[in-house]
Each structure stands twice: as structure tokens, then as C-alpha cells.
Design a protein around this ligand. Structure first.
Ligand SMILES: [Fe+2]
Length: 252
């Protein structure tokens, strides 16, 4: 967290699994931790661990309300949204209670319909659209029992409506994967807490910069990785995205 603060981010995106079992006490502890971080505007989406226990779900959601930027009562399936300057963070909830030994996720048809609408509206507003979901949006990144059941439907929405970037969690690895049939990249990070005994898994985060050019977004992704000496450094995962074409509202 010190390393993140050092970068003075304008926004923070948290891709889930702040708890182990989704216990009420864990949600309370996570709330205290989030408050202590004094984050800039942040969007948090739940992970599968946060959804393992259904009890007290409304209470637990209320504890994280400042960061979930949630869905309204009237539209419980609506994606969450956080806008700052020229960037829109759009959150999809794929966390569903699962049977033991499963960790799969699902966006659901109702949420995907609303996602398509939100992607259209935020594009018309001239925003850089960054979509967050916990589960990897393509097969082969995690095993099937941990995967997103309706990844095809999610990809269909992206193919139809576009997005500038996708961020996911769950895999505990820093990867950059193209979404099939699009020029959209899906980006993940290692966990925030893994000790540095395995370089490919050691704790890290992604510093992502978005610059608005006359007709493109220039997006740079820098993975920061925990070293055995306890410092964080730029890792070999550094990649620079191709610029994404910006579609002004007049072309819709
Ligand atoms: Fe997860």
C-alpha cells in the first residue's frame, strides 16, 4: 500500500477477494482496513471468497458501500460505476455462492444487458471504459472449476459495444490476455499479499495510466512486484498497450 500511495493514483480498482470465507467479521475487518488506507476514489468488486456465505449479505454490502458504488435497489443487477475525469471504471459482479471445491463465477444475462447499455452510454460521454470483473474473461487462464461460466456472453457484449480495457483478479498471476475477436486486453495482477518466494506469484499491483490523445487512448500498464528484500520494483510483466480508438459521440 505504501508503494501504491507513492504513485499518487487518481483512482483505485480492487478486483475482489478481500475476505477468505465471506464472514461478517471479515467484512467488518476489511472495512476498517479500507478506511485506514485513505484511498482516492476506489471501485471494489466482490470476489468468489466474498460471496461464499450468503447470510447477512445486505449488511455486508452496506459495510463496503463506499467502495462498491452499488447497484440501486430498483436495478439490483446493474453494473457499478465510478467516473473520474476521463475514466469510467465499470464493475461487474461475477461472485456467486458455489458448492465446496468450486470457485466459478457468473455475470448473468440481466447484468450483461445492463452492461451493454452502460458501455454505450459511457462511450457517448467520451469516457475511457475500464471494465472490472473478478473472474478471468477468457478460458484457459484458470481451471474450469474456477472459471467464468458465461465468458462467451461477456465477450459477446465486449465485441458488440467495445471497451478500452478489462481488469480481472482471481488468477493470482500478472497476465495480459487479448479478448478473442477484439483488440481489448484483459489484465490481471498477482495477489496483494503473496510472499516473494515465487516470482511469478509474488505480491504486486498494476499502475495503469490513461492519456487522452485527440483520437486515441494511450494506456500504459506497469506491474509492480514484491522483491525478496521487501521492496517493490517494476517487473518483467511491463507491457504497453496499443492505443485504443476513441469513438466520439457524433459517430454513434
Ligand atoms: Fe477469487
Amino acid at each position: 500500500m505504501q508503494d501504491i500511495r507513492h504513485f499518487h493514483p487518481d483512482m483505485v480498482a480492487l478486483t475482489g477477494d478481500l475476505t477468505n470465507l465471506g464472514l461478517l467479521k471479515e467484512f467488518q475487518n476489511a472495512r476498517q482496513w479500507l478506511l485506514q488506507q485513505d484511498l482516492p476514489p476506489a471501485l471494489l468488486i466482490p470476489g468468489n471468497h466474498d460471496a461464499l456465505i450468503k447470510e447477512n449479505s445486505a449488511v455486508k454490502q452496506a459495510l463496503w458501500a463506499e467502495w462498491l458504488h452499488n447497484r440501486t435497489q430498483s436495478e439490483p443487477a446493474a453494473p457499478s460505476l465510478l467516473v473520474k475525469d476521463h475514466v469510467a471504471l465499470i464493475g461487474i459482479n461475477t461472485a456467486i455462492p458455489t458448492l465446496p471445491f468450486l470457485a466459478s463465477g457468473k455475470a448473468g444475462q440481466a447484468q450483461l444487458v445492463l452492461l451493454a447499455d452502460l458501455l454505450r452510454r459511457t462511450r457517448a460521454m467520451g469516457l475511457c471504459r475500464i471494465v472490472l470483473l473478478h473472474h478471468p474473461p477468457a478460458p484457459g487462464i484458470v481451471s474450469r472449476r474456477k472459471g467464468l461460466d458465461d465468458f462467451q456472453a461477456f465477450q459477446d457484449v465486449l465485441r458488440a459495444e467495445g471497451a478500452e480495457l478489462v481488469l480481472y483478479g482471481h488468477s493470482h498471476r500478472a497476465q495480459i490476455t487479448p479478448i478473442p475477436g477484439t483488440d481489448i486486453l484483459a489484465v490481471s495482477s498477482t495477489s496483494a499479499s503473496h510472499i516473494a518466494d515465487e516470482p511469478e506469484k509474488s505480491a504486486g499491483w498494476n499502475a495503469i495510466s490513461v492519456h487522452k490523445q485527440p483520437d486515441i487512448w494511450q494506456i500504459t500498464i506497469q506491474h509492480r512486484s514484491l522483491m525478496p528484500d521487501g521492496s517493490l520494483q517494476d517487473s518483467q510483466m511491463r507491457r504497453v498497450c496499443r492505443a485504443h480508438r476513441f469513438l466520439p459521440a457524433t459517430s454513434l
